[in-house]
Design a protein around this ligand. Structure first.
Ligand code: ME8
Length: 636
């Protein structure tokens, strides 16, 4: 059967306008959709808006609008925003679409007829922001920790979905399909929720006496459907479940992308709902972290919301796509500020890729009148370049397929840097001086071929600039098939190169800050001292080692799973020659929480355990922490 691919974003609530957090998920989905298309896979990309429920009803009332008018307006803004930044979604679903309402009712009826929906009474703490009841464990000081708001105690008669019936099935399914939820930390989070408690049944209705803005239950019109039960079904209603061709074609290849905030509905509610409705589970749930504005969560109430369009107008669409995809390590939170964007543009795009293109095009202009030279007879070094692009391209494809885009891009950049080094090593200007046209032709041709290969591979990221480069190489009609690409022999000798100009202009940072920064660095260099601001950048937290195991092939490394409070982390620690796994299991340690992850012996280390040693010759002593200090406590 032909390979297919189906990617979804969450459908966004229409109580807020699109911001950079929404844009990230949507750009990531757009990237992965184009990336799969470029591999020749028949792909489909769904996004949309979530329009029912208390939250939307209240937001509309505040604006003196009907919920439908209000939803039309904000949903339109999402769609316009995505159109303006060239998001190539295949379908945009709204939960107020008739096609969606019909299917929600169909699924409800199906599960009801099966006996998995019953009528009962429930009292619980309801968070309006999450649109769900929170368990006691999820609340902190009587508040929802995500929304920092008091929950409301609500008791009423309602319909319930027998979610608990599917708890064991789900545990087993996740065990048997270890990549079902990825990265691993979120799988572990779902597993620990499933293992720690008996699942409660899910309340799936709201009485119309309290809320009318919802889809009526097909078996009792005194109730409307709970917004999460309705919203999750968008992923199949858009495909025309149960009989639609798209459902038949794409559902078996479904991959959802969400941020960690909505893990529970997607990791627990949704698979159990699918199971109850006799529908195959999705293939993967891909969970990314949060963009934080210099460590504060981005939110309307904090007034630090960044709109995608403003940023793109300022820095360019391709530049922002590259920044977002490169900066966030899959699964971890990332810091967002404009200095970081400027650094990525200046270093990766302007210095590395931009310079490579400028230098090569300039030399081709100067030495070959702007024409693509033939390969010469002396082509020393070409084999290394061919091996280099092969390795980079394969890694790029491998990591991007697993949503580890930032690692994939890094691998591609290794090839870009190697081409820059090839220029420095072969010194084409010297070859020209020596009249060594034969070797010079080979060098310039190899460089142009390399630029072509990179541009094709990057065309799902640099959606405007890659085609410009390819056109300037007169290669719009050349093969973009991977094997052809890796042969580094795709261009036509003798054709004239087009003009490119500066593709990635360098951006100057705001002066006063830059100066303060360099003054600070100078002071630090002079005195060896750092100030409190520098120290506070290091986030050190108390964590408890849940599991420790040796890493095959290394006698120094232990692989630890630690509970860091808000989340579990896996870390690689160089202590196996001093401590056995049993020595550290159950102990509390200090963890550098905001260290960029690194991969050692094929394992990702998501932080660093603190240990001390007097000199390099001594063995490390782990700093164990008194059991009275709570997990997650920050050092400072
Ligand atoms: O939860 N960083 O909609 P929502 C990264 N309607 N991603 C962010 C982000 C941030 N700071 N802020 C938002 C809902 N997002 C439901 C979904 S699906 C059946 C129903 C992104 O408008 C991220 O993808 O609150 C997150 O999961 C989503 O927006 C939440 O969107």
């Amino acid at each position: 059967m032909e390979r297919t691919f189906f990617v979804t974003t969450p459908i966004y609530y229409v109580n807020a306008e699109p911001h950079i957090g929404h844009a990230y998920t949507t750009i990531l989905a757009d990237f992965i959709y184009r990336f799969n298309l470029s591999l020749g896979i028949d792909s489909y990309f769904l996004t949309g808006t979530d329009e029912y429920g208390d939250k939307i009803f209240t937001a509309a009332a505040e604006k003196n609008m009907t919920p439908q008018d209000y939803s039309d307006k904000i949903s339109g803004k999402f769609r316009a925003e995505w159109d303006s930044i060239d998001i190539k979604y295949s379908d945009f679903i709204r939960t107020t679409d008739d096609r969606h309402k019909r299917i929600v009712q169909y699924v409800l009826q199906k599960i009801y007829d099966k006996g998995d929906i019953y009528f009962g009474s429930y009292g619980g703490n309801y968070c309006m922001g999450c649109e769900r009841f929170l368990t006691d464990k999820e609340m902190v000081n009587g508040k929802c920790p995500d929304h920092n708001k008091e929950t409301q105690y609500i008791e009423e008669k309602n319909y319930f979905f027998k979610m608990s019936k599917y708890q064991d099935w789900l545990l087993d399914y996740i065990d048997k399909n270890p990549d079902f939820i990825r990265p691993e930390r979120y799988k572990n989070e779902v597993l620990s929720l499933l293992r720690s408690d008996r699942l409660e049944d899910l309340c799936i209705s709201r009485p119309t006496s309290r809320l009318t803005w919802g889809i009526p239950l097909p078996f009792d019109n005194n109730f409307v459907t709970y917004v999460w039960f309705d919203a999750l079904i968008n992923y199949i209603s858009a495909l025309g479940y149960p009989d639609g061709d798209k459902f038949k074609k794409y559902w078996s290849a479904a991959q959802h992308i969400i941020a960690k905030d909505i893990l529970k509905p997607h990791g627990i509610f949704w698979p159990t709902m699918l199971k109850a409705a006799d529908i195959e589970p999705y293939t993967h749930l891909n969970v990314h972290g949060y963009w934080n504005m210099d460590d504060a969560k981005m939110s309307k109430s904090l007034g630090n919301v960044v709109t995608p369009r403003d940023l793109i107008n300022k820095y360019g669409n391709d530049q922002i796509r590259y920044f977002l995809l490169k900066e966030m390590t899959f699964g971890l939170d990332a810091r967002f500020n404009e200095d970081l964007i400027i650094d990525k543009i200046n270093f990766d795009l302007a210095n590395d890729f931009g310079n490579l293109i400028n230098r090569t095009f300039n030399m081709a202009g100067k030495f070959f009148s702007g024409k693509i030279p033939e390969f010469g007879n002396d082509n020393a070094g070409r084999d290394d370049l061919v091996a280099g692009i092969k390795k980079s391209a394969e890694d790029y494809i491998l990591f991007c397929s697993k949503f580890q885009i930032s690692i994939g891009l890094e691998r591609l950049w290794e090839f870009i840097r190697s081409l820059n080094k090839y220029i420095d090593d072969t010194k084409p200007w010297q070859l020209a001086k020596d009249n060594n046209t034969d070797k010079l032709s080979s060098v310039i041709r190899n460089l142009l071929e390399g630029i072509y290969g990179i541009s094709v591979l990057l065309s799902s990221v640099l959606i405007n600039i890659s085609p410009q480069i390819i056109a300037a190489l007169n290669a719009a009609g050349a093969s973009s098939n991977l094997d052809a690409l890796l042969s580094m022999n795709n261009l036509t000798s003798g054709t004239v190169l087009g003009e490119l100009g500066i593709l990635f202009p360098k951006i100057e940072k705001a002066k006063p800050e830059a100066k303060a920064e360099s003054d600070k660095e100078k002071r630090m260099n002079e005195t060896g001292l750092i100030d409190i601001g520098d120290f506070s950048k290091v986030d050190i937290r108390v964590a408890k080692v849940i599991k420790a195991e040796r890493i095959d092939g290394s006698d120094k490394l232990l692989y630890l799973t630690v509970d860091a409070g808000q989340e579990q982390r896996n870390i690689v620690a160089g202590i196996a020659h001093v401590y056995s796994p049993e020595d550290v299991e159950g102990k509390k340690i200090l963890l550098v929480f905001n260290l960029k992850p690194a991969t050692l012996f094929g394992k990702e280390s998501q932080g660093m355990l603190l240990a001390a040693k007097k000199s390099n010759k001594d063995k490390p002593q782990v700093i164990f922490i008194d059991d009275t200090i709570p997990i997650g406590a920050r050092l400072g």
